[in-house]
Structures are given as structure tokens and as C-alpha cells.
Ligand binder design. Structure first.
Ligand code: GLA
Length: 405
């Protein structure tokens, strides 16, 4: 029940009980009468207590939710087995319109061996989402990294699979997965993480070695044929940064010149505290707006225990870092405040480009479920808008202030 309705019901209830109590108040007080008074007194104040408890819940009802305040649809990547976690549902449905299953639609989950399809969790996820009137983002059809693709995809006997074999396998995979959920999945991350982090255009993988850029184009063509109404996304990380940004523009121009049905760019948005690339992000959003290219912010979070050092000096700091867990007993208020300010700046920027942004999705529902508690080492992280008790953090209030100034 919405808070104002609940408030109204409680008020009427309390008022009627109070009138009854006064009208029938006994003049002489025996044991029986004491009980009556006690019960009437209880009846009078119970609704007020209930109302207090209800309003003290984490903000999850009424007009003050992310999805109600936001000019763009809000989404979240969540546990695949959310259908077994009723404790997550109120927060989820109050604030978000789109859900992405965290893992169970990935190629390795859906087709671990050729023709061995595993749809049980994904099916239940989709049914759950639709029953709660949530829209689903499918994630992802091709993950252009060899360590994230089932190994059988890339081999043919004892040889690497040829271009033809790879593309045929990809087509079967996409036809089967997209076809199964046709009309039920609103948006698909079609290709994930294909651009190279170094000097090459595409990441080195069985896909790029055998097919060059063609595997990206074909993935979109196959997905569009399997569900012409789904919105199709190219998704990557750091694609707003110098170097990768230019590769992304090259990819967009090339796919558009071939009339490939790629409808939006996914900026994952896995940022780190004090290192959010605001300028690069603004340049990217402005460029996408000029090119008429839509954007989704697909996996937003702000890590408060920056992870960059994990990869520095060829991993020399890893032994030390793997014991580094500075906020295991809670995140200091000044860190939460800095995080809130940086989220606020991000949402100022997003509002400025709200005509270009189709959706903003956080990656995970609350701090306790964030992937950043485990990646790249185990630590208690605090990257999201809701804490481990699902209560709104300073970052939540800062974002809300930006969404409805
Ligand atoms: C990438 C992927 C996501 C997920 C996150 C970490 O961003 O696109 O599917 O694996 O990493 O959880």
C-alpha cells in the first residue's frame, strides 16, 4: 500500500477507535473494565504504531523512488535467482523498471556444450520479471573474450574453428536464445566487450582472429532477424576513454555504413571513487548525440576501494591487496559523502543528455550483492545507492536531488 493511503487508513481507524473509546469510557473500573480499557487503548494506538513502522521502512514506496523521479528508465542487474529472494522484491519493484540477469543468460550458462541448452533459471527469471511488470534486458549473446565463451565454440576437432563454423554456431545460438524469448525481452546486449584495451582495434579472440569485425555485424543481423522488435546494444567498459572511444566511433560508423541494426551503445559505467571520467563521459555523450546514436548506461557502480592497482606493475601488488579490506566494519561517512557527490555529478550529466540516454542500470541491487565484493579480490565494498540493509545511502539522496531538482 502506498504511504499516503496507509496514512489515511490509519488515521480513520485511529479516529474511530478514539471516538468509540471516549463514548463508552466506563465510570467504575473493575478487572473486566481494565481489560476493556486496555484493549480499546491498544486498538486506538496500534494503527499509529503500525504507521510509524511502515514509514520507517527503507524508502521503497510512494512518489519518492528512482523510477518515478527519473527522466530516463532506471534498471538494475540482479541475482539470477531473484525469484527465490522475496526480500529483494519491494526494493526492486519500487525503484526499477528494467532488470538484467547477472549471469544466467551468458553463453557459458545457456549452452555450455554444443546443443546442451540450459534455460531453467533464465526462463524463471523472465517469468518472474514479467509477473512483476519489469522489462528484461537480455545479457549477453556474444561475449567477445575467449575466457568468457564456452571453449567448444572456438575449436573444430583439433583445429581452431573456421569463420564459417564460428558464424554458424553463433547463428544457432542467437536464433535459439533470442527466438525463445521473442516478444519477452525488450533489449539485448548483443555483443559484449569486443574492443581492445591496447593499441589494436578489436580484442584478440577466436572471434576476431577468424572473422575480424564481421562477427559483430553478424551477431546484430542474426539477433534482429530473431526478434525484430528488440532493441539491440553493443556493450563495453571504458569505451568513453581516450583510445577506446575512437574505436567505438569507428565501429558505429562501420556498422551504420553496412546498415547493421545496432540501436544503442552500452557504457558499462563501472567507475572508481575519485576517478570517474566526467570529461570523457561528457565528450562521449555529446558525440553520441551528434551522431544520433542512443546510449544506455548498462552496469553503473562506483567502487570505493579502487581496484586499478590490481593490474599495475604486472600484478606485483596482488599479494598485499588480497588482504586489503579497509571498510569491512562499515564505510566511513566522508567516503560515502564523496561517493554521493560523484554520483550527483554523474546524474547532472545524464540529465543534460536525457534525450540520448535510453536507460540507466545499476549493477546489483545493493552493496551486499555487488560483484565488487569479490572482484578482483575479496573485500567489503559499498558501490551502490542502497546499503547491505537495503537502506538508501547518501548517494541515493544525492541522485534523487539531481533527478528532481
Ligand atoms: C562485465 C559484464 C557483466 C558482469 C560484470 C561483472 O561488466 O558485462 O556481465 O560480468 O562484468 O559482474
Amino acid at each position: 500500500m502506498d504511504a499516503p493511503i496507509m496514512k489515511g487508513v490509519c488515521f480513520v481507524f485511529a479516529w474511530s477507535a478514539a471516538v468509540l473509546f471516549r463514548a463508552e469510557a466506563p465510570t467504575r473500573v473493575g478487572v473486566h473494565d481494565s481489560l476493556t480499557i486496555f484493549m480499546r487503548f491498544g486498538l486506538t494506538f496500534l494503527p499509529l504504531v503500525l504507521m510509524h513502522l511502515h514509514l520507517a521502512q527503507p524508502m521503497s514506496h510512494g512518489a519518492d523512488t528512482l523510477k518515478e523521479a527519473s527522466p530516463f528508465p532506471m534498471g538494475v542487474g540482479i541475482r539470477d535467482r531473484v525469484f527465490e529472494l522475496p526480500g529483494d522484491w519491494p526494493l526492486l519493484t519500487a525503484h526499477y523498471e528494467y532488470v538484467t540477469p547477472e549471469n544466467d543468460m551468458k553463453p557459458v550458462a545457456v549452452q555450455p556444450q554444443p546443443g546442451q541448452w540450459r534455460f531453467e533459471t533464465a526462463d524463471r527469471f523472465v517469468d518472474f520479471a514479467l509477473s512483476k511488470k519489469l522489462k528484461v534486458v537480455g545479457h549477453c549473446l556474444v561475449w567477445a573474450k575467449d575466457d568468457r565463451t564456452p571453449p567448444w565454440f572456438a575449436t573444430d576437432g583439433d583445429k581452431p574453428a573456421s569463420r564459417e563454423v564460428l558464424l554458424a554456431r553463433m547463428k544457432t545460438h542467437i536464433d535459439t536464445v533470442v527466438g525463445r524469448y521473442r516478444g519477452k525481452i525488450a533489449m539485448w546486449d548483443v555483443v559484449n566487450e569486443a574492443l581492445d584495451d591496447g593499441s589494436a582495434y578489436l580484442r584478440d579472440s577466436s572471434w576476431s582472429r577468424a572473422c575480424g569485425e564481421e562477427f559483430i555485424a553478424k551477431a546484430f543481423v542474426y539477433a534482429h532477424a530473431a526478434d525484430p522488435d528488440a532493441l539491440l546494444i553493443y556493450n563495453d567498459y571504458n569505451n568513453e576513454l581516450d583510445g577506446k572511444f575512437e574505436k567505438m566511433v569507428r565501429l558505429i560508423e562501420s556498422l551504420h555504413a553496412q546498415q547493421v541494426p545496432m540501436h544503442a551503445i552500452g557504457l558499462q559505467g563501472h567507475y572508481e571513487l575519485d576517478m570517474v571520467p566526467f570529461e570523457a563521459l561528457e565528450r562521449t555523450l555529446a558525440a553520441m548525440q551528434r551522431m544520433g546514436m542512443k546510449v544506455v548506461v548498462s552496469e553503473l557502480d562506483i567502487d570505493v576501494i579502487p581496484r586499478g592497482r590490481w593490474w599495475a606493475n604486472n600484478g606485483a601488488e596482488r599479494a598485499t591487496l588480497s588482504k586489503y579490506d579497509p571498510y569491512k566494519d562499515g564505510c566511513p561517512p566522508e567516503i560515502l559523502q564523496r561517493q554521493a557527490e560523484q554520483y550527483a555529478r554523474l546524474f547532472q550529466l545524464f540529465r543534460k543528455y536525457s534525450d540520448t540516454i535510453l536507460r540507466i542500470s545499476f549493477w546489483n541491487l545493493h552493496d551486499g550483492q555487488s560483484w565488487l565484493n569479490d572482484f578482483p579480490w575479496k573485500r567489503a565494498n559499498h558501490p551502490l545507492l542502497f546499503d547491505r540493509e537495503k537502506k538508501p545511502k547518501p548517494a541515493y539522496h544525492a541522485v534523487m536531488r539531481e533527478l528532481k531538482p
